[in-house]
Design a protein around this ligand. Sequence first.
Ligand code: NDP
Length: 299
Amino acid sequence: MTAKILDGKAFAATIREKVAAHVSALKDKGIHPGLAVVLVGEDPASEVYVRNKGIATREVGMASFEHKLPADVSEADLYALIDRLNADPAVNGILVQFPVPDHLSERDIVARIDPAKDVDGLSVINAGLLASGQNAMVSCTPLGCLMLLRDTLGSLSGLDAVVIGRSNLVGKPMAQLLLRDSCTVTIAHSRTKDLAATVRRADIVVAAVGRAQMVPGDWIKPGATVIDVGINRIPAPERGEGKTRLVGDVDFDTAKEVAGAITPVPGGVGPLTIACLLANTVTAACRVNGLPEPEGLTA
Ligand code: NDP
């Protein structure tokens, strides 16, 4: 069997189209959704992410507010900005780009953001809402994976799912989402005794570890759907001296011969994250205005 390759770029484009349609409908009601992104310091990679988020936000018709603070900004000044954004009705979503300089605490920053505007879904309030089956802001990458799984498989009810990785950012919310869609969920991690046997039972495998090609094809149940969240850079001497390439946590070449469907790296899960950030901002705008949840954009 050769797996269907799940095209994350194309799927992200469909999410962005839905977002743009919802934004347009909100504007007809006099509501103009907006996303604020805060960048502390001058990390070049973070500057690129922030620029790309701004472009994507404007492309779907939302307002984009970018705030750049110096690397030595005091905690008090950063919190004063977050407080202003929390109080600003034009801002529906707030994202502080991580990592931040060492004198600042990511956990405290997330806690300072109004949970209703925490479009990254990182706060303990949103984690608790998700775990208790209430309307949460859901971390963008797992939300994108869930949307892609639903699009690929339809109902997930009753399927055996394994999530490899238990981070607050990806693994745990992913497992909660799959449970909510009535999968039987196993969460594997670095202490899991027989990972191969655990993965072999799964109809759905979500790999979120950060170890290049650690899941070989012979761990995959024939026909399973494989979502590879991992992003790893490995040497690629075939491309020239000192060159590298990106690979996932799954050994794509062997896994695609067994799986029913699989995401590539790059071009699989990666593009979904920003699309879901936009989706969450629209969701936040609907909720704060007492409107129904935007169809197709929530968990
Ligand atoms: P973390 O480092 O926070 O978590 C990694 C998890 O993998 C941990 O729970 C760890 O277990 C587990 N793990 C480590 N080694 C093994 C092993 N040998 N067997 C089984 N489990 C293991 O990473 P993140 O969750 O933040 O990210 C995971 C990957 O996803 C990274 O490659 C990251 O770059 C990528 N990523 C991609 C995104 C995208 O947009 N595509 C977005 C976010 C992340 P333990 O808890 O026991 O230590």
